[in-house]
Design a protein around this ligand. Structure first.
Ligand code: HEC
Ligand code: HEC
Length: 273
């Protein structure tokens, strides 16, 4: 015996657990080592680049996720007419990158345009082509539309010149006659040209050419009316492209009178070559 016999209970405990402090030290080392190691490894790795969304989000004071979602909606629902890069597609959708309209209107005003669209009959319409309400996609909810407006804001490059509208804005007289105008052209543009092209020339991957179409040639006006009303879904044996031709071009509001004008217009396309 090298030390005195313990007397108090506490002292007894202490004597019973001579490794207590050692155990604490080990526990602390075990607990703190993994985070410390992780921290070291992380600081040694190259820093992830700050994404373009984060930069833009900081400029606008919003969450980067909102802009990313807006971009997704744009690519899904707007790029078919406004172009992948938002530089516009002549006669389909105007440029939205460095757009005078976007820069000179409030978020809410832009939102309203997307919500209600801008048909060729709208006095504000500048191109003779239709901007469909909710981009023609009723499933686009308000949150998506608000996010897409945020995304449009990020496409306004500071200091860049405004996009030219020369290829989009139609002169007052250009619509007065010829293959580009005439009866049924406005209706065709509003409901059909998004897929079939502004003059029925067809758009690869969207809609077949209607100018010089043997199908149009082989049908009477009434048969064409019936065809356009019912469309030609992918599963129809007659479908040649694997792409859907929606009933009335996806515009249920088209009246018989408008359809008749459209049929007259595509017939003329054929006759005129
Ligand atoms: C079917 C084609 C089409 C689709 C899809 C479409 N747009 Fe448009 N959009 C147009 C056309 C055409 C115009 C120009 C109308 C005019 O002549 O004023 C336009 C105009 C606009 C304008 C006004 C631009 C200006 O300079 O006046 C905004 C903003 C806009 N679109 C946003 C969108 C957004 C956002 C989406 C997707 C959610 C979308 N559009 C989907 C065809 C389309
Ligand atoms: C969303 C895209 C889309 C819209 C909008 C659309 N079409 Fe089509 N249309 C198609 C596709 C795709 C086909 C080819 C279907 C197939 O594979 O046979 C087609 C085929 C046709 C054909 C038959 C052509 C042929 O040679 O077989 C006619 C006629 C036609 N469309 C007229 C119209 C008219 C008129 C409108 C407007 C009221 C319209 N389409 C709107 C996508 C569209």
């Amino acid at each position: 015996m090298t030390h005195a016999r313990p007397t108090s209970e506490a002292a007894q405990k202490h004597a019973a657990d001579p490794y207590k402090w050692g155990a604490w030290a080990v526990a602390i080392v075990v607990i703190l080592t993994p985070p410390a190691l992780l921290g070291t490894v992380r600081s040694a790795l190259p820093r992830p680049e700050v994404s373009e969304f984060e930069v833009a989000a900081e400029r606008l004071g919003v969450h980067p996720g909102a802009i990313e979602l807006g971009r997704g909606t744009f690519l899904d629902s707007c790029s078919v007419c406004h172009g992948h890069d938002a530089r516009g597609i002549a006669r389909l959708g105007k440029p939205l990158r460095n757009s005078e309209f976007v820069q000179s209107h409030s978020d809410d005003e832009i939102y309203q345009v997307i919500l209600t669209g801008r048909p060729p009959t709208d006095p504000e319409n500048t191109t003779g082509s239709a901007m469909p309400a909710r981009a023609g996609n009723p499933s686009l909810d308000d949150r998506r539309l608000h996010n897409v407006v945020l995304y449009l804001r990020t496409l306004q490059e500071p200091g860049a010149p405004l996009a030219s509208l020369d290829d989009w804005v139609v002169a007052e007289t250009a619509d007065a006659g010829g293959a580009g105008g005439g009866i049924g052209h406005a209706e065709f543009v509003a409901s059909c040209s998004a897929c079939h092209g502004a003059s029925g020339e067809g758009i690869e991957g969207l809609g077949k050419p209607l100018a010089n179409s043997p199908f149009v040639d082989s049908k009477s006006d009434d048969e064409l009316m019936v065809f356009v009303k019912s469309g030609r879904p992918i599963w129809d044996a007659q479908n040649t492209t694997g792409i859907d031709m929606p009933p009335k071009g996806g515009n249920p509001a088209l009246s018989d009178e408008e359809l008749r004008k459209i049929v007259g217009y595509i017939r003329e396309l054929h006759a005129g070559g």
